[in-house]
Design a protein around this ligand. Sequence first.
Ligand code: F6P
Length: 341
Amino acid sequence: MRIGLLTGGGDCPGLNAAIRAVVKQATGEYGHSVIGFRNGWRGVADGDVYPMARSDIRNVLPVGGTLLGTARFHPHAADGGMDAVMATLEAERIDGLLCIGGDGTLHAASKVAEAGVNIVAIPKTIDNDVAGTDLSIGFHTAVNIATEAIDRVHTTAESHNRVMVVEVMGRHAGWIAVNAGIAGGAEVVLAPEEPFDIEQVVKFLRHRHRAHANFSIVVVAEGALPRAGSAMEFEQQLGRYGEIIAGSIGERVSTEIAERTGFDTRLTVLGHVQRGGSPTPTDRILGSRFGVAAVDAVSRGESAVMTALRGEEVVMVPLDEVAGKVKQVPADLLRVARVLS
Ligand code: F6P
């Protein structure tokens, strides 16, 4: 078989572990060829390909990012994009295409599968919001980074008697905010799942500072929004592909807290730091498991499916059941963040 491989959308730690597993399993176990597409769907549309060899994946496990490169490019949304994709796949005689990506890449994958291409997808995103899987590649590392950052901000907040606002990634779901907030002991966690009232946040902080503390940590997911009709109006700033412009909600929340309480307040925007650097063992293992499972699935002739972690097991789920859907933080986890504040 000739297997195509791409990584699309925002990069994250653990992608190289998945790429390595795909190349090893495909060439070693089955004797397939692996054709790498550079820069996600753009490389497929442009015919930017190369045959992958064992030498390409040497020593990549601890390395962040993606050795294939990536881009936010959606062929179904670009003029002539789908035709270009189909032409390249035909010219390269691709029998099955493995797509490693988050919501945008998986949506594109489902469109290409509808056009008759054998597709197996692998979920990755530090946001952890891909539906159908307990975990996506990159999330575990991002939570580690965000937790460490909150720990560090804690000591300086305490020394200066300050309110520290920490903005973390999470466009449609607050997985990083809630998990790192709980792990780092944040006083307030604001997530997209529960629109907030700035007056309530401020009331809580005033009470806490009067009663027993002189510092607080407020974690804000970049996709958090004020409750409609509440005291603060805010318009989200989006980039070309719907990505959120980092810092806007954090800046606003921090200013509102400072002005309404008079407390000395500072903002830290973690931004792309959360997406960089070496993956945790959990992400290396998840990437490796998904890579092996994806090659097994495409070799069995499966198509329009995605690898997913369900409990301890890696299973295959239909792509059309998950593409375009968002997995949000469940109420019980949101509650833990709330009761521990
Ligand atoms: O999709 C993951 C994500 O990290 C989002 O949380 C964030 O909004 C976006 O990527 C940022 O994208 P870019 O790298 O294009 O700025």
